[in-house]
Design a protein around this ligand. Structure first.
Ligand code: 3PG
Length: 214
């Protein structure tokens, strides 16, 4: 999936319609995880700011796995924006949005997907210039039915549902005309990451890639 643009800052282009949402607890995991995902056809990764080493992990992946489009996730405060840019993040995502965060990503020129959970929030994000946004938490909000309902009154908007997306339901989400991509943590289960079972993560990535292109 080539996402051509998200105004005001163009999103970088990547092929995968599946975005792994990861928490890196051990810096040594970052590069092999990125390489394992890439080997399975997943060329984008959201490294969340939910661990102390997240910025260092973003920096390592950006530097050592240049084919991987690395984004920063769980960006919830304006003061995090410069830090993720400095680390080398090519874009950022948030579970929500605040006026100060939107102002900062725009002034910094950081491609950004705000998070929305209602039509009003989606309309607010559109007013701010964003046409592609994260729908969070997608499954808990009602899943595929919610995105279908939003497509009627908001046909120009595109979403990345995240939260409760699984290998069982990802194809249903991706079949919707207003779903550009999906995100989730199922591609990098903690047990496999801790065990360093990168081959298994490549298999999960390849499975998701195949389902997404079916
Ligand atoms: C998150 O930000 O935690 C993502 O929504 C991941 O959700 P998941 O674990 O349900 O995939």
């Amino acid at each position: 999936m080539h996402i051509a643009a998200n105004t005001p800052a163009a999103l970088p282009v990547f092929k995968s319609r599946v975005v792994p949402v990861v928490v890196i607890q051990d810096l040594a995991q970052a590069v092999p995880m990125a390489e394992a995902l890439l080997a399975g056809g997943v060329d984008v990764i959201e490294i969340t700011l939910r661990s102390e080493i997240a910025l260092t992990a973003i920096e390592a992946v950006a530097r050592k796995v240049p084919a991987m489009m690395v984004g920063a996730g769980t960006v919830t405060r304006a003061e995090q924006v410069q830090a993720v840019l400095d680390a080398g993040a090519r874009f950022a995502l948030s579970p929500g949005m605040t006026p100060s965060l939107l102002a900062k990503v725009k002034s910094a020129g950081l491609p950004f997907m705000p998070g929305v959970a209602s039509p009003s929030e989606a309309m607010l994000a559109r007013d701010e210039g964003f046409g592609l946004m994260k729908c969070f938490p997608a499954a808990q909000l009602g899943g595929v039915d919610v995105l279908k309902a939003w497509a009627g009154p908001l046909p120009d908007l595109r979403f990345c549902p995240t939260g409760g997306v699984t290998v069982q339901n990802l194809a249903q989400f991706l079949a919707l005309p207003n779903v550009a991509m999906v995100g989730g943590s199922w591609l990098t289960p903690a047990a496999l990451v801790q065990a360093g079972d990168w081959a298994a993560i490549t298999r999960l990535a390849a499975q998701a890639t195949a389902l997404a292109s079916a």
